[in-house]
Design a protein around this ligand. Structure first.
Ligand SMILES: Nc1ncnc2c1ncn2[C@@H]1O[C@H](COP(=O)(O)OP(=O)(O)OP(=O)(O)O)[C@@H](O)[C@H]1O
Length: 373
């Protein structure tokens, strides 16, 4: 966990962040509806529960989780839009919900569904207004716009009124607008939603440039697993408002799906024998078998291939990586199982906590793993 000193240079720290909403619900039936008018029934909903993580300066972290997991609520607390019910946050050394103006200078934010651009103005005029709002020197402004244009091809459409831009064009302008004042920290809530594959790749290149060349700290949410695979060094997976895993994509694969599968055809003379240690038989159909990693410390794929060939009489061998969407589905569903058992998981602090999804300890809770049982 990073400390205040680290965030002062441009990192993010969330400690025990919790947000509970109180919302009015209507009682059923006409009489209930009338009663609710004078005596509203309020229910509590904890959207984010004891969430702790940190992002060091110049790191990109993807916040992942199913719909309603609490991602946007977390980002809203870190951008100062919402005040947490308990816990604390620091973004570039500032408590965002206490010093909103100071925080606004340190961060850029893009909420893919909304725009911060003036609808009836061409984007370039919005950029000029933002330059004046943030007091960016003209030469700096021009240099930064030129950099953004080179990466995002904005000049093709920045003289068109924002209301006439396509979604992909508009979000590219929003990305530029969010970074024009050179913020050290950037929050992106589903930035590539609805973009075509070419524009998505352009935006990813732009983000990589901002992280690697400009040293910005980026926290993004996405449901696009290709995006995660291409961009994120580290992911925090949340579900039902709690952190399930804080680690790398490889760790998610290992815990929820396994990092590899070996499809083999065995010689008909092969007699049934157990697979090598650390390897499990996922599926068997006649001579065709599928092996996967087993346990907490499975062999690497090279070790596995060698062990399988030494142990079994193999006539054909193919290596496949587990599909990331399948792995994520297993991760999301696994969390639901755990909730159903009310296991009282608490630690949001990441790796090794009770909330790390190792419900069975086998580390291979994949679709394939289940079908093998
Ligand atoms: N203002 C609010 N009042 C009451 N409940 C809310 C409010 N905002 C969010 N919630 C609830 O909090 C939970 C988390 O919502 P949130 O928008 O953070 O999820 P999310 O992970 O961003 O989901 P998605 O991927 O669908 O955008 C949801 O159950 C949502 O209904």
């Amino acid at each position: 966990m990073a400390h205040g000193g680290e965030t002062a240079t441009g990192g993010i720290v969330a400690r025990g962040l919790t947000k509970t909403f109180l919302s009015a619900v209507r009682r059923p039936g006409l009489a209930g509806a009338l009663r609710s008018l004078v005596d509203p029934l309020r229910v509590e909903k904890t959207a984010v529960r004891d969430v702790s993580f940190s992002v060091a300066r110049g790191q990109l972290l993807a916040l992942l989780g199913p719909n309603g997991a609490g991602k946007s609520t977390t980002i809203k607390m870190l951008t100062g839009i919402l005040t947490p019910t308990s816990g604390e946050a620091r973004v570039a050394g500032v408590v965002p919900y206490r010093e909103r103006e100071r925080n606004a200078r340190n961060i850029g934010a893009v909420f893919g569904q909304r725009t911060q651009l003036w609808w009836d103005l061409p984007a370039r005029e919005s950029f000029t207004i933002l330059r004046d709002v943030y007091g960016v020197p003209e030469a700096e402004h021009r240099a930064r716009l030129a950099e953004f244009d080179a990466l995002l091809e904005l000049s093709e459409f920045w003289d068109t009124r924002v209301r006439h831009l396509s979604l992909g064009q508009r979000v590219r302008c929003d990305l530029a607008a969010a970074l024009l004042h050179d913020p050290p920290v950037v929050f992106l809530d589903e930035p590539t939603i609805g973009m075509d594959v070419v524009v998505k790749e352009q935006v990813r290149t732009f983000l990589r440039h901002q992280v690697e060349r400009r040293g910005r700290t980026v926290l993004l949410t996405t449901h696009d697993m290709t995006e995660v695979a291409r961009l994120a060094e580290r992911v925090v997976l949340i579900n039902h408002g709690r952190i399930v895993l804080d680690g790398t994509l490889e760790e998610i694969r290992r815990r929820f799906g396994g990092t590899w599968q070996v499809h083999a055809t065995l010689d008909p003379a092969e007699t049934d024998g157990p697979p090598p240690p650390g390897i499990r038989l996922v599926r068997r159909e006649g001579p065709r078998v599928v092996f996967g990693p087993d346990g907490d410390a499975p062999p690497t794929v090279h070790e596995a291939l060698r062990a399988i060939v030494e142990r079994h009489r193999v006539t054909d061998l193919a290596l496949e990586e587990n599909d990331l969407e399948d792995v994520m589905r297993a991760a999301y569903l696994r969390r639901d199982d755990r909730d159903g058992h009310g296991d009282g998981d608490r630690d949001g602090g990441g790796e090794g906590g009770e909330g790390d999804g190792r419900a069975t300890g086998d580390g291979t809770a994949s679709r394939a793993g289940r079908s093998a049982r």
